[in-house]
Design a protein around this ligand. Structure first.
Ligand code: FAD
Length: 473
């Protein structure tokens, strides 16, 4: 059968991985097609992930800052929340970015097709076009960037609009009086921060024995303390078991994660429930077997350090190739896959991928964590600078933070770092660079940091490590 579309490169999915791959491929001169199910480019991140969540978190942070301003002698009074305006603002932010992407695709002559792609052979895709009908596309190279989806716990009544995943929660249909967040990971806690900021009474249940499993426990404490002060109830080692929906609300019963023990909370009735228990990859939804591409039982697509699947001209990137499911990992992989497909002799060389929770305070970490170092028996030194000793943190009334560096005991090279506090996500970049460059703690200590800044805390940690600073005051 003659193909409706022929191209050198086809990219499936226009999330951060896919659009980056398509743009890079076109910039290298390959004739590129980008297939996306939805009209709006940008994938989960721009439409229903990173970007709208940060727009809403900004509003929550402003409310919080205004509430605390009374301590500095400025009283803004009770905030008046205009939900329509707030949604409009969020949509404007999203629209500005997604429209920008469409413009960039046009500029580069990337052909975008709105539809759902499935493999029919190792060099062909069938696209169910959004407007109806199907098209056959024949390609030389393919990059699969179909992303992931929120895990939907099976016993929840998903046809009830009061039961939400993160996409529903970002729509902000209302500010419910009470809300349960199932899952105390980054996404759950970011949404808890938004809704609690807007005035909901939020309860968070987490199966593990700490919030944000993956981050060191000490990092999470300042956030847990602040959430508590704000009235957010947190129950650890707690599992949502039974669910019943009726006129009163969504009633959820809980079990303890430790067998035979009573849960901290036995049941509760909530106006809305957000389930944020992780995301599952979309690898198994593409008929990849028809192209001979291996997909794991969980739907991940295994790749080499050049992002190739087991079929050499087909690549895969982003959330569907594995953890961490983060936008900046996807973009990095997208660029690499396009360059390798073009013939460049490259492979994945990044040492670390940073993680940031944009909660209040923010929590950010990169490289080896203290917990990992212990588990692996690594010989490390840990230097921690409390922001209670930072002039800038004191000045802005946010002394609960701290900065931590983890370095190899023998070489003093930085191998990890973490920050909790306002703007932690921005401050983390320096530590990532230090790790990539093989910097020693002394290198950071010798670098003059502007005073008074929060970034000084990174230099202070480095100096604590070599004994230059022993008395913080
Ligand atoms: P995706 O963004 O998932 O895009 C895949 C695209 O493929 C989708 O648009 C989908 O419609 C399309 N698609 C799938 N199958 C087909 C098909 N068969 N045919 C055509 N199109 C198809 N990450 C961060 O780094 N920072 C954050 O602050 C952050 N915040 C987040 C907040 C929330 C609420 C959520 C849910 C996620 C957040 N993430 C964040 C994660 C981030 O969104 C993902 O890691 C990122 O979007 C993954 O990019 P991707 O290119 O792999 O796929």
């Amino acid at each position: 059968k003659a193909a409706d579309i022929e191209c050198q490169m086809v990219v499936i999915g226009a999330g951060p991985g896919g659009y980056t791959a398509a743009f890079r491929s076109a910039d290298l001169g390959m004739d590129t097609v980008l297939i996306e199910r939805y009209e709006s480019l940008g994938g989960v991140c721009l439409n229903v992930g990173c970007i709208p969540s940060k727009a809403l978190l900004h509003s929550a942070a402003v409310i919080d800052e205004a509430a605390h301003a009374a301590d500095f002698g400025v009283d803004f009074g009770k905030p008046k929340i205009n939900l329509d305006k707030l949604r409009e603002y969020k949509q404007k932010v999203v629209g500005q970015l997604t429209k920008g992407l469409s413009g960039m695709a046009k500029q580069r002559k990337v052909r975008t097709v709105t539809g759902v792609a499935r493999f029919v052979s190792p060099n062909e895709l069938e696209i169910s076009i959004a407007d109806g009908g199907t098209q056959l596309l024949r390609f030389q190279h393919c990059i699969i960037a179909a992303g992931s989806q929120a895990v939907k716990l099976p016993n929840f009544p998903w046809d009830d609009p009061r039961v939400m995943d993160s996409t529903d929660a970002l729509e902000l249909a209302e500010v419910p009086k009470s809300m349960l967040v199932v899952g105390g990971g980054i996404i759950g806690l970011e949404m808890a921060t938004v809704y609690s900021g807007l005035g909901s009474q939020v309860t968070v249940v987490e199966f593990m024995d700490q919030l944000m499993p993956g981050a060191d426990k000490d990092l999470v404490k300042p956030l847990a303390d602040r959430l508590k002060k704000q009235g957010v109830q947190v129950h650890l080692k707690t599992k949502a078991a039974g669910v019943k929906a009726d006129k009163k609300g969504i009633t959820v019963s809980f079990e303890s994660a430790s067998e035979g023990q009573k849960p901290e909370l036995e049941s509760g009735t909530y106006d809305r429930v957000l389930v944020a228990v992780g995301r599952s990859p979309n690898g198994a939804k593409l008929d990849a077997e028809k192209a001979g591409v291996q997909v794991s039982e969980r739907g991940f697509i295994p790749v080499t350090n050049q992002m190739r699947t087991n079929v050499p001209h087909i690549f895969a990137i982003g959330d569907l190739v594995g953890q961490p499911m983060l936008a900046h990992k996807a973009t990095h992989e997208g660029k690499l896959a396009a360059e390798v497909a073009f013939g460049e002799k490259k492979e994945w060389v990044a040492r670390v991928i940073p993680s940031v929770a944009y909660t209040n305070p923010e929590i950010a970490w990169v490289g080896v964590t203290e917990t990992e170092a212990k588990a692996k028996g690594l010989k490390v030194g840990v230097a921690k600078f409390p922001w209670a000793a930072s002039g800038r943190a004191i000045g802005v009334g946010r002394t609960e933070g701290f900065t931590k560096l983890i370095f190899d005991e023998a070489t003093h090279r930085i191998i990890g770092g973490a920050i909790v506090g306002v703007h932690a996500g921005e401050l983390l970049a320096e530590i990532g660079l230090a790790i990539e460059m093989g910097a020693e703690a002394e290198d950071i200590g010798h670098t003059i940091h502007a005073h008074p800044t929060l970034s000084e805390s990174v230099a202070m940690s480095a100096e604590i490590h070599d004994g230059t600073i022993t008395d913080l005051y």
